[in-house]
Design a binder for this molecule. Structure first.
Ligand code: SAM
Length: 278
């Protein structure tokens, strides 16, 4: 990240301790009451009121995600997310906040295609280091999305949530009047060819109902189902398992044994619902 990207998002940020405005002072963000948060050498800054209790994805998960996404299997999904944002925010002005945005892969596509400024919020330092340099108009801030977000009321013109946890109350608070919330979530068909053979976590069949209930306070401005097949190598499949929630449930040895039983190239379904909400 350039400091320019951070400087652009500073007016949207709030001190996590006293909720006051912050300003960039050298290599720190400082609020009116003197609470100070150092900008890391890599360009991200953590805005937490107390000690970090949750670290998000670890370095191995993030490395697997970066390597997998770098091979383009989810490019069509990133295009669909960026198109959804562009359709909703045609003027290309304003701030898009990607909650639990990881390495910033989807937000970079949005920034590139729409002209919006981007802010990744994530708990993982390893992810933030990548997100901070993913695009010249994307900044990266460390925070826990289940806590009060270090953002001013109404600061986000778009909130993005791709495969991440959603704190609906906070999303409502930070969305600007007329803002949109774009959510991408896996359908039960997502990666279904891998679930049984690799012992991956299944998408809970009731998830769709719970998600619909969680989002019922928003109006719908459109839904797009993105589904396509990709041919994955064993290395792709390994990264896919290692980058996701199954990583902690399958040990390396068991994964290698199961991978060896798969063909070297496997057709896998990517199936994701992209909702635009107001
Ligand atoms: C499945 S990954 C998705 C990342 C990104 N949206 C993507 O699809 O590439 C989930 C992300 O949520 C982050 N995360 C999980 N719980 C979090 C929390 N409570 N606060 C902030 N980030 C969190 C993880 O560090 C990880 O980067």
């Amino acid at each position: 990240m350039s400091t320019a990207a951070l400087a652009e998002v500073v007016p949207a940020l709030a001190c996590p301790v006293c909720r006051g405005e912050v300003r960039l002072e050298g290599a720190s963000l400082v609020c009116e009451r003197g609470h100070r948060f150092d900008v890391a050498r890599q360009g991200h800054v953590t805005l937490l009121a107390g000690r970090r209790v949750f670290g998000g994805d670890d370095a191995a998960q993030v490395a697997a995600r970066e390597s997998f996404l770098g091979r383009g299997h989810y490019d069509r999904l990133a295009d669909a997310v960026a198109d959804a944002v562009r359709a909703a925010r045609g003027d290309g002005r304003g701030l898009c906040v990607d909650l639990a945005g990881g390495t910033g892969y989807y937000l970079a596509a949005v920034a590139e295609r729409t002209g919006l400024t981007g802010l990744v919020i994530d708990a993982s330092t390893a992810a933030l280091k990548r997100a901070a340099r993913v695009h010249e108009r994307v900044a990266a801030v460390g925070a826990d999305v289940w806590q009060r977000l270090p953002l001013r009321d109404g600061a986000a013109d778009v909130v993005l949530s791709v495969f991440g946890p959603r704190n609906v109350g906070e999303i409502r608070r930070v969305l600007s009047p007329g803002g949109v919330f774009v959510v991408a979530s896996p359908t039960p068909r997502h990666l279904h060819e891998l679930i049984e053979p690799l012992g991956m976590i299944r998408v809970d069949p009731d998830k769709e109902n719970r998600l619909a209930a969680q989002l019922s306070g928003f109006g719908s401005a459109g839904t797009q189902d993105v589904e396509y097949a990709v041919t994955m190598s064993r290395a792709d499949v390994r990264d896919e398992v290692r980058m996701g929630p199954s990583a902690r449930h399958v040990d390396d040895e068991a994964l290698d044994r199961r991978l060896a039983e798969l063909p070297e190239a496997l057709d896998v379904t990517v199936s994701v619902r992209v909702r635009t909400l107001t």
